[in-house]
Unconditional design. Sequence first.
Length: 113
Amino acid sequence: MDVLNAVNAVEASAEVPLADGAGALGVFLGVAALAVVALLIGGFILSKRKHDAEPPPPRPDEQPEKPERRTHVERHDPHSSDQFPEDGHALSPYELKDHGNGPLPPDEERPSS
């Protein structure tokens, strides 16, 4: 019986340091969690202050008026010169061949020197 009591005493003494280490880890994780929560609340407060400092959105009578004529001018893009197939089917990747890998034609607007 003395041998069993000795073994139990050794096992009990070995468990005590583990309890102290786990308690310290729990305290550290609690403090870290509180720090994260404090950072989130602080970020929310700073964001709210920044939002409150911005001017309000314009009222309907302050909105810009629509121009009388069209202001957007469309120009020819050398990359989009190809048309869709006349029969309406979509091209497969193998039907594209080397589409888009060739050099662009020179600009017609630029004078040649």
